[in-house]
Design a protein around this ligand. Structure first.
Ligand code: KG4
Ligand code: ZN
Length: 346
Protein backbone atom coordinates (compact mmCIF):
# COMPACT_ATOMS: atom_id res chain seq x y z
CA UNK A 1 0.00 0.00 0.00
CA UNK A 2 1.33 3.46 -0.91
CA UNK A 3 0.14 6.29 1.34
CA UNK A 4 0.51 10.03 0.86
CA UNK A 5 1.18 11.72 4.23
CA UNK A 6 0.44 15.38 4.91
CA UNK A 7 1.64 17.19 8.05
CA UNK A 8 0.48 20.78 8.65
CA UNK A 9 -0.21 20.95 12.39
CA UNK A 10 2.19 23.76 13.25
CA UNK A 11 5.03 25.52 11.43
CA UNK A 12 6.26 22.79 9.07
CA UNK A 13 4.64 21.59 5.88
CA UNK A 14 5.76 17.96 5.64
CA UNK A 15 4.79 15.66 2.79
CA UNK A 16 5.87 12.05 2.20
CA UNK A 17 5.01 8.89 0.32
CA UNK A 18 5.30 5.67 2.32
CA UNK A 19 5.15 2.23 0.76
CA UNK A 20 4.30 -0.59 3.19
CA UNK A 21 6.60 -2.88 1.18
CA UNK A 22 9.64 -0.67 0.68
CA UNK A 23 9.42 2.23 3.14
CA UNK A 24 9.67 5.95 2.41
CA UNK A 25 9.63 6.60 -1.36
CA UNK A 26 9.95 10.38 -1.30
CA UNK A 27 9.57 13.27 1.11
CA UNK A 28 9.65 17.04 1.22
CA UNK A 29 9.68 19.48 4.09
CA UNK A 30 9.17 23.20 4.16
CA UNK A 31 9.91 24.96 7.43
CA UNK A 32 8.23 28.28 8.23
CA UNK A 33 10.85 29.14 10.85
CA UNK A 34 12.09 32.23 8.96
CA UNK A 35 8.51 33.53 8.70
CA UNK A 36 7.85 33.27 12.44
CA UNK A 37 11.33 34.18 13.72
CA UNK A 38 10.69 37.93 13.53
CA UNK A 39 7.74 37.44 15.95
CA UNK A 40 9.66 35.20 18.38
CA UNK A 41 7.18 32.32 17.99
CA UNK A 42 4.56 30.80 15.69
CA UNK A 43 1.81 33.17 14.48
CA UNK A 44 -1.14 30.82 13.78
CA UNK A 45 -2.78 32.84 11.00
CA UNK A 46 0.51 33.21 9.11
CA UNK A 47 1.15 29.49 9.56
CA UNK A 48 -2.21 28.58 7.95
CA UNK A 49 -1.65 30.90 5.01
CA UNK A 50 1.80 29.48 4.37
CA UNK A 51 0.51 25.90 4.51
CA UNK A 52 -2.02 26.89 1.83
CA UNK A 53 0.83 28.11 -0.37
CA UNK A 54 3.10 25.12 0.15
CA UNK A 55 1.04 21.94 0.57
CA UNK A 56 -0.01 21.28 -3.04
CA UNK A 57 3.36 22.19 -4.63
CA UNK A 58 5.14 19.86 -2.17
CA UNK A 59 2.68 17.05 -2.93
CA UNK A 60 3.47 17.48 -6.63
CA UNK A 61 7.18 17.47 -5.78
CA UNK A 62 7.09 14.13 -3.91
CA UNK A 63 4.92 12.52 -6.63
CA UNK A 64 7.54 13.51 -9.23
CA UNK A 65 10.43 12.45 -6.96
CA UNK A 66 8.91 8.98 -6.49
CA UNK A 67 7.76 8.78 -10.09
CA UNK A 68 4.21 8.08 -8.85
CA UNK A 69 0.94 8.74 -10.66
CA UNK A 70 -2.38 9.34 -8.91
CA UNK A 71 -3.38 5.75 -9.68
CA UNK A 72 -0.39 4.44 -7.66
CA UNK A 73 -1.66 5.98 -4.40
CA UNK A 74 -3.80 3.77 -2.16
CA UNK A 75 -4.63 6.18 0.64
CA UNK A 76 -4.09 9.66 2.07
CA UNK A 77 -3.17 10.37 5.69
CA UNK A 78 -3.16 13.88 7.10
CA UNK A 79 -2.59 15.26 10.59
CA UNK A 80 -6.05 15.87 12.11
CA UNK A 81 -4.75 17.09 15.50
CA UNK A 82 -3.62 18.13 17.99
CA UNK A 83 -2.25 21.44 16.71
CA UNK A 84 -3.26 24.86 15.42
CA UNK A 85 -6.88 24.74 14.20
CA UNK A 86 -6.35 26.74 11.00
CA UNK A 87 -3.15 24.93 10.10
CA UNK A 88 -4.80 21.53 10.65
CA UNK A 89 -7.74 22.51 8.48
CA UNK A 90 -5.43 23.18 5.53
CA UNK A 91 -3.95 19.66 5.57
CA UNK A 92 -7.29 18.06 6.37
CA UNK A 93 -9.12 19.84 3.52
CA UNK A 94 -6.42 19.10 0.98
CA UNK A 95 -6.03 15.50 2.15
CA UNK A 96 -9.74 14.79 1.99
CA UNK A 97 -10.17 16.54 -1.35
CA UNK A 98 -7.33 14.51 -2.89
CA UNK A 99 -8.76 11.30 -1.45
CA UNK A 100 -12.15 12.00 -2.97
CA UNK A 101 -10.68 12.99 -6.33
CA UNK A 102 -8.42 9.94 -6.51
CA UNK A 103 -11.11 7.73 -5.01
CA UNK A 104 -8.95 6.36 -2.20
CA UNK A 105 -9.62 6.26 1.57
CA UNK A 106 -8.35 9.07 3.78
CA UNK A 107 -7.48 9.07 7.46
CA UNK A 108 -6.92 11.82 10.03
CA UNK A 109 -3.80 10.91 12.01
CA UNK A 110 -3.00 11.93 15.59
CA UNK A 111 0.17 14.03 15.44
CA UNK A 112 1.62 12.54 18.63
CA UNK A 113 0.94 9.01 17.38
CA UNK A 114 2.97 10.03 14.33
CA UNK A 115 5.86 11.07 16.60
CA UNK A 116 5.45 7.97 18.79
CA UNK A 117 5.66 5.59 15.82
CA UNK A 118 8.46 7.46 13.99
CA UNK A 119 11.21 5.22 15.52
CA UNK A 120 9.52 2.28 13.75
CA UNK A 121 10.70 3.77 10.44
CA UNK A 122 14.29 2.89 11.39
CA UNK A 123 16.00 -0.33 10.31
CA UNK A 124 16.72 -1.11 13.97
CA UNK A 125 13.17 -0.52 15.20
CA UNK A 126 11.81 -1.07 18.72
CA UNK A 127 9.27 -3.83 19.34
CA UNK A 128 6.16 -3.56 21.53
CA UNK A 129 5.64 -3.11 24.40
CA UNK A 130 7.64 0.01 25.25
CA UNK A 131 7.65 3.17 27.29
CA UNK A 132 7.54 6.26 25.08
CA UNK A 133 8.72 9.68 26.16
CA UNK A 134 7.07 12.19 23.84
CA UNK A 135 8.82 15.54 24.05
CA UNK A 136 7.74 18.19 21.58
CA UNK A 137 6.89 21.89 21.53
CA UNK A 138 3.33 21.21 22.69
CA UNK A 139 3.56 17.96 24.67
CA UNK A 140 5.60 16.15 27.31
CA UNK A 141 4.13 12.75 27.97
CA UNK A 142 5.19 9.34 29.20
CA UNK A 143 3.14 6.64 27.50
CA UNK A 144 2.94 2.91 28.18
CA UNK A 145 2.58 1.47 24.67
CA UNK A 146 1.29 -2.09 24.21
CA UNK A 147 0.75 -1.78 20.45
CA UNK A 148 -0.51 0.69 17.86
CA UNK A 149 -3.49 2.49 19.41
CA UNK A 150 -2.94 0.90 22.82
CA UNK A 151 -1.69 3.89 24.73
CA UNK A 152 -1.84 4.68 28.42
CA UNK A 153 -0.55 8.11 29.38
CA UNK A 154 1.28 7.45 32.66
CA UNK A 155 2.76 10.92 33.10
CA UNK A 156 2.55 14.37 31.52
CA UNK A 157 3.43 17.99 32.01
CA UNK A 158 1.11 19.95 34.25
CA UNK A 159 2.15 23.20 32.54
CA UNK A 160 4.81 23.92 29.89
CA UNK A 161 5.99 21.20 27.53
CA UNK A 162 9.75 20.50 27.49
CA UNK A 163 10.16 22.06 24.02
CA UNK A 164 8.12 25.07 25.09
CA UNK A 165 10.46 25.51 28.09
CA UNK A 166 13.48 25.40 25.74
CA UNK A 167 11.80 28.00 23.50
CA UNK A 168 10.88 30.33 26.38
CA UNK A 169 14.31 30.12 28.02
CA UNK A 170 15.93 30.79 24.65
CA UNK A 171 13.82 33.93 24.36
CA UNK A 172 14.93 35.04 27.84
CA UNK A 173 18.53 34.64 26.68
CA UNK A 174 17.87 36.62 23.50
CA UNK A 175 18.14 33.58 21.19
CA UNK A 176 16.03 33.02 18.10
CA UNK A 177 12.98 30.76 17.71
CA UNK A 178 12.92 27.74 17.87
CA UNK A 179 15.01 27.76 21.01
CA UNK A 180 15.84 24.08 21.50
CA UNK A 181 18.67 23.76 18.98
CA UNK A 182 20.01 27.24 19.97
CA UNK A 183 20.13 26.36 23.68
CA UNK A 184 21.80 23.03 22.86
CA UNK A 185 24.47 24.85 20.82
CA UNK A 186 25.08 27.55 23.44
CA UNK A 187 25.15 24.98 26.28
CA UNK A 188 28.26 23.41 24.73
CA UNK A 189 30.18 26.59 25.63
CA UNK A 190 28.81 26.61 29.18
CA UNK A 191 30.69 25.55 32.31
CA UNK A 192 29.15 22.83 34.39
CA UNK A 193 30.02 24.05 37.88
CA UNK A 194 28.61 27.60 37.79
CA UNK A 195 24.84 27.09 38.23
CA UNK A 196 22.67 24.22 39.41
CA UNK A 197 19.00 24.56 38.57
CA UNK A 198 16.20 22.56 40.25
CA UNK A 199 14.94 19.23 38.88
CA UNK A 200 11.20 19.90 39.21
CA UNK A 201 8.91 17.28 40.78
CA UNK A 202 11.65 14.67 41.08
CA UNK A 203 11.68 14.54 44.88
CA UNK A 204 8.09 13.29 45.08
CA UNK A 205 6.59 10.13 43.62
CA UNK A 206 4.80 10.07 40.29
CA UNK A 207 5.56 10.54 36.62
CA UNK A 208 4.19 14.02 35.94
CA UNK A 209 6.34 16.97 34.93
CA UNK A 210 6.29 20.71 35.52
CA UNK A 211 8.68 23.04 33.72
CA UNK A 212 7.22 26.48 34.37
CA UNK A 213 8.98 26.89 37.75
CA UNK A 214 12.30 26.06 36.13
CA UNK A 215 11.64 28.75 33.52
CA UNK A 216 10.97 31.27 36.33
CA UNK A 217 14.19 30.15 38.04
CA UNK A 218 16.07 30.92 34.82
CA UNK A 219 14.36 34.32 34.59
CA UNK A 220 15.46 35.20 38.14
CA UNK A 221 19.02 34.08 37.41
CA UNK A 222 19.10 36.18 34.23
CA UNK A 223 17.82 39.22 36.15
CA UNK A 224 20.44 38.76 38.88
CA UNK A 225 23.23 38.71 36.33
CA UNK A 226 22.22 41.69 34.24
CA UNK A 227 24.82 44.45 34.17
CA UNK A 228 23.54 47.64 32.54
CA UNK A 229 20.64 45.58 31.17
CA UNK A 230 22.90 42.98 29.55
CA UNK A 231 24.04 39.47 30.45
CA UNK A 232 27.58 38.62 29.34
CA UNK A 233 27.98 35.81 26.76
CA UNK A 234 29.71 33.36 29.14
CA UNK A 235 26.95 33.73 31.74
CA UNK A 236 24.34 33.10 29.03
CA UNK A 237 26.17 29.93 28.00
CA UNK A 238 26.44 28.82 31.66
CA UNK A 239 22.71 29.38 32.12
CA UNK A 240 21.88 27.47 28.91
CA UNK A 241 24.09 24.62 30.13
CA UNK A 242 22.49 24.47 33.59
CA UNK A 243 18.98 24.68 32.13
CA UNK A 244 19.60 21.87 29.63
CA UNK A 245 21.15 19.68 32.35
CA UNK A 246 18.12 20.28 34.59
CA UNK A 247 15.64 19.31 31.85
CA UNK A 248 17.67 16.27 30.80
CA UNK A 249 18.13 15.06 34.40
CA UNK A 250 14.42 15.54 35.14
CA UNK A 251 13.35 13.61 32.04
CA UNK A 252 15.86 10.87 32.81
CA UNK A 253 14.67 10.43 36.42
CA UNK A 254 11.04 10.14 35.24
CA UNK A 255 11.90 7.73 32.42
CA UNK A 256 13.79 5.52 34.87
CA UNK A 257 10.75 5.49 37.14
CA UNK A 258 8.46 4.69 34.20
CA UNK A 259 10.66 1.72 33.17
CA UNK A 260 10.69 0.43 36.75
CA UNK A 261 6.95 0.95 37.23
CA UNK A 262 5.95 -0.78 33.99
CA UNK A 263 8.73 -3.41 34.13
CA UNK A 264 9.31 -2.69 30.44
CA UNK A 265 12.78 -3.00 28.94
CA UNK A 266 12.43 -0.65 25.96
CA UNK A 267 12.40 3.13 26.04
CA UNK A 268 11.48 5.16 22.97
CA UNK A 269 11.91 8.93 22.72
CA UNK A 270 10.29 11.01 20.02
CA UNK A 271 9.26 14.58 19.21
CA UNK A 272 11.42 17.66 18.59
CA UNK A 273 13.33 17.54 21.90
CA UNK A 274 14.41 13.93 21.20
CA UNK A 275 16.86 15.52 18.75
CA UNK A 276 18.79 16.80 21.78
CA UNK A 277 22.20 15.11 21.97
CA UNK A 278 22.56 15.44 25.75
CA UNK A 279 19.13 13.91 26.27
CA UNK A 280 19.98 10.95 24.03
CA UNK A 281 23.31 10.49 25.82
CA UNK A 282 21.84 10.60 29.32
CA UNK A 283 18.85 8.39 28.54
CA UNK A 284 21.15 5.90 26.79
CA UNK A 285 23.25 5.61 29.97
CA UNK A 286 20.20 5.38 32.22
CA UNK A 287 18.57 2.73 30.00
CA UNK A 288 21.75 0.64 30.00
CA UNK A 289 21.85 0.78 33.81
CA UNK A 290 18.24 -0.44 33.84
CA UNK A 291 19.12 -3.25 31.47
CA UNK A 292 16.85 -1.58 28.93
CA UNK A 293 17.39 -0.26 25.38
CA UNK A 294 16.84 3.23 24.07
CA UNK A 295 15.43 3.94 20.59
CA UNK A 296 14.89 7.24 18.81
CA UNK A 297 14.13 8.38 15.27
CA UNK A 298 16.78 9.77 12.94
CA UNK A 299 17.16 13.54 13.40
CA UNK A 300 14.93 14.53 10.48
CA UNK A 301 12.08 12.43 11.96
CA UNK A 302 12.38 13.90 15.50
CA UNK A 303 10.88 17.23 14.51
CA UNK A 304 7.67 17.49 12.48
CA UNK A 305 7.68 15.68 9.14
CA UNK A 306 5.35 14.02 6.64
CA UNK A 307 6.99 10.58 6.86
CA UNK A 308 5.70 9.84 10.36
CA UNK A 309 2.15 10.77 9.32
CA UNK A 310 2.32 8.64 6.16
CA UNK A 311 3.67 5.73 8.24
CA UNK A 312 1.10 5.95 11.08
CA UNK A 313 -1.71 6.48 8.55
CA UNK A 314 -0.59 3.50 6.50
CA UNK A 315 -0.68 1.15 9.51
CA UNK A 316 -4.27 2.17 10.26
CA UNK A 317 -5.44 2.22 6.62
CA UNK A 318 -3.98 -1.28 6.18
CA UNK A 319 -6.12 -2.38 9.13
CA UNK A 320 -9.20 -1.01 7.37
CA UNK A 321 -9.60 2.19 9.37
CA UNK A 322 -10.53 5.35 7.45
CA UNK A 323 -12.50 8.60 7.75
CA UNK A 324 -16.27 8.58 7.88
CA UNK A 325 -18.22 11.32 6.13
CA UNK A 326 -17.79 13.80 9.00
CA UNK A 327 -14.93 16.25 8.71
CA UNK A 328 -12.58 16.21 11.68
CA UNK A 329 -9.80 18.53 12.71
CA UNK A 330 -9.10 18.28 16.42
CA UNK A 331 -6.88 20.99 17.94
CA UNK A 332 -7.13 19.10 21.26
CA UNK A 333 -7.17 15.33 21.09
CA UNK A 334 -6.16 12.70 23.66
CA UNK A 335 -3.89 9.85 22.52
CA UNK A 336 -5.80 7.50 24.79
CA UNK A 337 -9.01 7.85 22.75
CA UNK A 338 -7.44 6.34 19.62
CA UNK A 339 -8.78 2.93 18.59
CA UNK A 340 -6.44 -0.04 18.74
CA UNK A 341 -5.25 -1.20 15.35
CA UNK A 342 -7.27 -4.38 15.10
CA UNK A 343 -10.56 -3.02 16.50
CA UNK A 344 -12.16 -1.77 13.28
CA UNK A 345 -13.59 -4.47 11.00
CA UNK A 346 -12.69 -4.32 7.29
O1 KG4 B 1 7.90 17.89 17.47
P1 KG4 B 1 8.18 19.29 17.07
O2 KG4 B 1 8.92 19.53 15.77
O3 KG4 B 1 6.88 20.14 16.99
C1 KG4 B 1 5.80 19.96 17.84
O4 KG4 B 1 5.04 18.99 17.63
O5 KG4 B 1 5.72 20.77 18.80
O6 KG4 B 1 9.00 19.94 18.28
C2 KG4 B 1 9.47 21.24 18.25
C3 KG4 B 1 10.16 21.53 19.57
C4 KG4 B 1 10.53 23.00 19.73
O7 KG4 B 1 10.11 23.41 21.01
C5 KG4 B 1 12.05 22.97 19.63
O8 KG4 B 1 12.69 24.00 20.38
C6 KG4 B 1 12.39 21.60 20.18
O9 KG4 B 1 11.37 20.77 19.66
N1 KG4 B 1 13.71 21.12 19.72
C7 KG4 B 1 14.75 20.88 20.56
C8 KG4 B 1 15.84 20.49 19.74
N2 KG4 B 1 15.42 20.49 18.44
C9 KG4 B 1 14.10 20.88 18.45
N3 KG4 B 1 14.85 20.98 21.89
C10 KG4 B 1 16.03 20.67 22.45
N4 KG4 B 1 17.13 20.31 21.74
C11 KG4 B 1 17.07 20.20 20.40
N5 KG4 B 1 18.16 19.83 19.71
ZN1 ZN C 1 5.40 17.59 16.48
Amino acid sequence: MIVLGIETSCDETGIALYDSKSGILAEALYSQIKLHQQFGGVVPELASRDHIRKTLPLIREVMVQANCKAADIDGVAYTAGPGLAGALLVGASIGRAIGMTWNVPTLGVHHMEGHLLAPLLEADAPTFPFVALLVSGGHTQLVAVQGIGQYQVIGESLDDAAGEAFDKVAKLLGLEYPGGPQIARLAMQGTAARFKFPRPMTNRPGLDFSFSGLKTFVLTTVQEHRVDGLVDPQTKADIAHAFQEAVVATLSIKCKRALQQTAMKTLVIAGGVSANTRLREELGLMAAQQNARLYYPKLQYCTDNGAMIAYAGCQRLLAGQCDDLAFHARPRWSLETLPPLQAVPL
